[in-house]
Design a protein around this ligand. Structure first.
Ligand SMILES: Cc1cc2nc3c(=O)[nH]c(=O)nc-3n(C[C@H](O)[C@H](O)[C@H](O)COP(=O)(O)OP(=O)(O)OC[C@H]3O[C@@H](n4cnc5c(N)ncnc54)[C@H](O)[C@@H]3O)c2cc1C
Length: 336
């Protein structure tokens, strides 16, 4: 039923939390011309609209979404240009992110390997400026093309236009749910350039490692730490690591000398997973909603949890972290 608007469709297979929610309208797009048809439907019916990729960074709070869900399946990866040192590669928004990473690593294009195995699609990656192991999407981003779902205008966004921040961008905080990101361009290096300082990656690799070895290590670490969404519903880190002032960090370090923190540019961040664990939540479960036993940042659905169950658990965690540390946790996952 590609390109055809369907009604009353279950979104359970389309979100990694595995939450049941029915969408009033649903459409899967695989060809450019499907996009035009959807734009016409939106102009006519004016529904609330939501673009989804892998559904790995969202939570449905109700059992009905009163609008149009657009499932982006636009696929394709192509080389746009290259010189002696670098390449520009374009991936369509529905391309599976890790397939894109594998494509680049297998051709010895450097820069994206630390982002191996992050679930989801390439079109969603700029929305929250995905990041892992010391690298963020913005480090390799060139530009993207997006369609304004209400005016039909197609626009190219430069890196500056995207206003990337820590798990943030123009598409998350300025104009959410307004654009469909159709394709993303990346600039990758053809000369060897690895980022191995974060999380002691270097120590776990042979001297002078190959690109493929870095990807393999990251895949192994991720598989050992994070729950498999096929087995246990989750959306990765539910919360962001909170930024703190130097004074607040000093105050907390006096009380908790082993508190983990990171320096990001001129900002200081505390590990939210540690805060949640110290507040006693790691491995806790309320009904079918729970906190993962290996990584307290990850909230899980053990089976039949509703979006409300997950949100209630999130609120309890936020309150106890605030009471214990005076820090407010911000949610990373988008709630609809
Ligand atoms: C086990 C696990 C581990 C994870 N690890 C990490 C990690 O290490 N680092 C990290 O940064 N994230 C991580 N995530 C979060 C998630 O994988 C990323 O945010 C990913 O980019 C989401 O992609 P998606 O296609 O699933 O997006 P979705 O969940 O489908 O959508 C997320 C948001 O992007 C919007 N969106 C999606 N596609 C488009 C599009 N084409 N155009 C416009 N808007 C769009 C949606 O409307 C929604 O607001 C993890 C998630 C899981 C489940």
């Amino acid at each position: 039923m590609l390109g055809k608007i369907q009604t009353n469709v279950s979104l359970k297979p389309y979100n990694t939390f595995g939450i049941e929610c029915r969408s009033k309208y649903f459409v899967a797009i695989e060809r450019e011309r499907d996009v035009e048809a959807i734009f016409r439907f939106i102009s006519r019916e004016k529904p609330r609209h939501l673009v989804i990729g892998g559904g790995s960074n969202l939570l449905f709070k109700n059992d009905f979404f009163d609008g149009l869900t657009i499932h982006n399946r636009l696929k394709g990866i192509k080389l746009i240009s290259e010189n002696e040192h670098s390449v520009i590669i374009e991936a369509k928004g529905g391309e599976i992110w890790d397939d894109f990473v594998q494509f680049c690593v297998s051709r010895n294009y450097y820069g994206v390997e630390n982002l191996s195995l992050i679930p989801g699609t390439t079109g969603a990656a700029p929305v929250q400026n995905i990041g892992a192991y010391g690298v963020e999407l913005q480090d390799i981003f060139h530009s993207l093309t997006a369609l304004h779902l209400e005016t039909g205008e197609r626009k190219i966004f430069s890196k500056e236009d995207c206003l990337f921040g820590y798990r943030d961008s123009y598409f998350k905080s300025r104009e959410p749910d307004t654009y469909l990101i159709e394709s993303v361009r990346f600039r990758l290096s053809k000369t060897k350039k690895l980022s191995l300082d974060y999380a002691h990656l270097k120590e776990q690799l042979p001297e002078n490692p190959e690109l493929q070895e870095v990807r393999a290590l990251i895949i192994n670490i991720r598989r050992s730490k994070l729950p498999d969404t096929e087995v246990t519903g989750n959306a990765g880190s539910f919360f962001k690591n909170p930024f703190v002032s130097r004074e607040k960090l000093d105050e907390l370090r006096n009380l908790y000398p082993r508190i983990p923190f990171y320096v990001q540019g001129d900002k200081l961040k505390i590990a939210a997973g540690w805060l949640i664990e110290q507040a006693g939540w790691k491995g806790k479960r309320i009904g079918d909603a729970g906190v993962h036993g290996k990584q307290a940042l990850v909230l899980v659905n053990y089976g039949n949890s509703s979006g409300q169950d997950i949100l209630s658990l999130a609120s309890l965690i936020e309150n106890s972290v605030f009471q214990k540390f005076g820090l407010r946790l911000e949610r990373e996952v988008r709630v609809y």
